[in-house]
Unconditional design. Sequence first.
Length: 334
Amino acid sequence: MEILIYSSRFYPQVGGTETVVKLLAASFVENGHKVNVITGGGNEDAMSDSLFPFPIFRSPGFVRHFYLARKASIILHNSIGLKTLLVDLFFLRKLVVIHHTWYSGLSGALKKVVARRFQNIYVSHALQSHVGAKGIIIGNPYDSKIFKRLPDVTKKKDIVFLGRLISEKGCALLIQATQKLKDSNFKVNLTVIGDGFERESLLRLRSELGLNDDVHFVGLKFNQELASLLNEHKIMVVPSLWNEPFGIVALEGMACGCFVIGSDEGGLKDAIGQAGLTFKNGDLNDLVRCLGLALRNDNEILQREQYIPQHLMNYSETVIAKKYLNFFESMFQW
C-alpha cells in the first residue's frame, strides 16, 4: 500500500513525534510499502533528506498535497492539524489520526469533535479517555537499534534524568529526592541529561542543598553517546509534574538496562507498565520511597524486572509498525 504521513515537525527538529514518524515510516518501507512524508520547513531543513529511505515533502503547495493524498492508500496524521486537514478531508475514508498530545481551549474542543469523523489511534489509554472518540490504542515505539544494553559498559552510576529542563518535567523534585536519600544515609549520585530554561535555577537548587558533588549536569546528548551514558546508570527517573501523553524516554532507559521510576498520571504508566514503578505526581515522599526500593534492590524490583524483556519487545519499532499495518488492512475490509 502507499502511505502518506503528515507531521508538522520532522528532522532536523528532534522530539518524540519526530522520532515516531521516522521509525514508523522506515518500518513501513522495510515491510514493502511506499511512504511519503509531508512536513513543514523549507529548503534549509532539507539538506539531509536523502538520508531517509522515503521522500520528504516540505511545505508542499495545495496541488502537490492533493496529488499525494489522492494516490495514497492511507493518510496518517500525527495529531490533528486543522489547516492541513482542509486537503485531506476530501479523502475521509482513508484518513487516520494518531493522537499524541492533549487538546485544550476552543481549538481543542473542535479537534475532539472532528475526531469523531476519523479513524483514531491513541498512544495511551489516558489520551483515548481525553479525546473520547472511537479508536484503538497503539503505544509509541522506541529505537531499538540505538537504545540497547551494551555489555562492555559498566553500571557505575546510580540515577539518571533525561529531558528538557523545564518545571513541568520535575527535575527539581528529583534533586530534592536525592538530598532526602543522602539524609537517609544512601550514598547516591544523580546525572542530569538535557537543557532548558530552568538550568540555572536547578544549579542553584543543587548548591543550596549541598549536592554539588552528587548531582552532575552533562547537557544534551544524542544517539549512541546518549545510549552509552544511559547504560552507565542503574535507575532512570521520569518525575514529570504534568501528565505525560506517553513517555518514550522510559522505554529508552529501560532498553539501556535502567530500572525506570515515573509519575503515574497520564500515559507514562502505559510506557512503564509492570516493568517499573510509578509514584504520585509531585509527591516527594512517594518518589523517595520508590527510589529506596530500587537502590536496595528490593524483592518488588526483582519481580518487576522479569517483565522488562517482553515489555520492550511490545514497543519495538517492528511490533508497533505491524500493529499499524494490521489496522490499515482492517480498514479495507469495511
